[in-house]
Design a binder for this molecule. Structure first.
Ligand SMILES: C[S@@+](CC[C@H](N)C(=O)[O-])C[C@H]1O[C@@H](n2cnc3c(N)ncnc32)[C@H](O)[C@@H]1O
Length: 279
């Protein structure tokens, strides 16, 4: 369903998103992990992150490593306003979405790089490091990654972050690691990713990264029975973190259900407790 906004570009984006989606089969969308973030959720995420970052004019250097048609850039513009966004870059593999994002948002200052983020980020001509990443990376499962690609991703993740990623991990795990390596120190990131990594062995490396290498601020899990955003979120989590080593007494906030600003349940958990628990 297309929601109507005060912002005509956002209304246009939703129409274009639906038109591009309609040209693809479910199998094709699965292969590239093409399920867009509902704009209402992108706005919720941008608002929450906005409560953490400073107000400096031009201070935000935005990036989305898999921008699609730009739901998160649209939300960033709406929530922070154009004057606070000093630069913005989106990477996108699919030429149809890269072209759409460019047509929609270039006038608002978005630079779109068409290509595979995992190659763009490893390239010497990679765009300058952002200090804010809002992202919903492709949910491509490991068996859709060919062997050579998986080995390349594992080597690159190790080189850029020192993390050894299990071969069963999906593409989104590499996105989180590589994009965080790219991001400036003390930058903030929000990631909408599948929550499965919290419960399985192959998620261990990402869990350690979140407890030891960055300061995890918030993890919000959606209620699988809540269909407010359609089926897209049944097993998703929003992770918000700062790229800075955590203080030993830091306690990330874990919330569950409803929305980010009105969760159904809320708890704080110490890093020691998180490190010790397998799930
Ligand atoms: C889950 S969608 C999210 C799109 C957009 N960020 C949003 O929130 O609506 C993931 C996007 O990643 C793109 N994609 C898939 N593989 C990619 C890659 N290796 N590098 C960059 N983008 C990729 C897909 O074409 C798709 O547009």
């Amino acid at each position: 369903m297309i929601a109507h906004h005060d912002n005509p570009t956002e209304t246009c984006r939703q129409t274009i998103q639906a038109a591009i989606d309609a040209t693809k089969s479910a199998a094709e969308r699965n292969r590239l992990g093409q399920f867009a973030t509902p704009n209402a959720l992108a706005l919720d995420i941008a608002r929450y992150v906005g409560s953490l970052i400073g107000q400096r004019k031009g201070g935000i250097r935005f990036a989305d490593p898999s921008i699609g048609s730009g739901s998160f850039f649209s939300a960033a513009l709406a929530v922070y306003g154009p004057k606070r966004i000093g630069s913005a870059v989106g990477v996108e593999l699919d030429p149809a979405f890269a072209g759409a994002a460019r047509d929609l948002w270039a006038d608002a200052g978005l630079e779109v790089v068409q290509g595979d983020f995992s190659r763009v980020v490893a390239n010497a001509s990679c765009p300058p490091a952002p200090n804010l990443i809002l992202a919903n990376p492709p949910y491509v499962r490991h068996h859709h990654l060919n062997r050579a690609d998986k080995e390349r991703l594992q080597r690159l993740a190790f080189k850029m972050t020192g993390v050894e990623v299990n071969g069963l991990a999906g593409l989104y795990v590499y996105f989180v690691l590589l994009a965080t390596a790219w991001m400036e120190d003390d930058g903030y990131a929000a990631w909408l990713i599948p929550s499965e990594f919290m419960d399985v062995n192959y998620g261990a490396a990402l869990k350690r990264f979140l407890t030891d290498r960055v300061t995890l601020i918030r993890a919000h899990r959606f209620d699988p029975d809540d269909v407010q955003f359609g089926d897209a979120l049944v097993s998703s989590v929003v992770l918000v973190f700062k790229k800075a080593p955590p203080q030993p007494d830091h306690k990330p906030q874990f919330t569950f259900g409803r929305t980010l600003d009105r969760p159904q349940a809320c708890d704080r958990v110490s890093l020691d407790h998180l490190r010790a628990s397998r799930k």
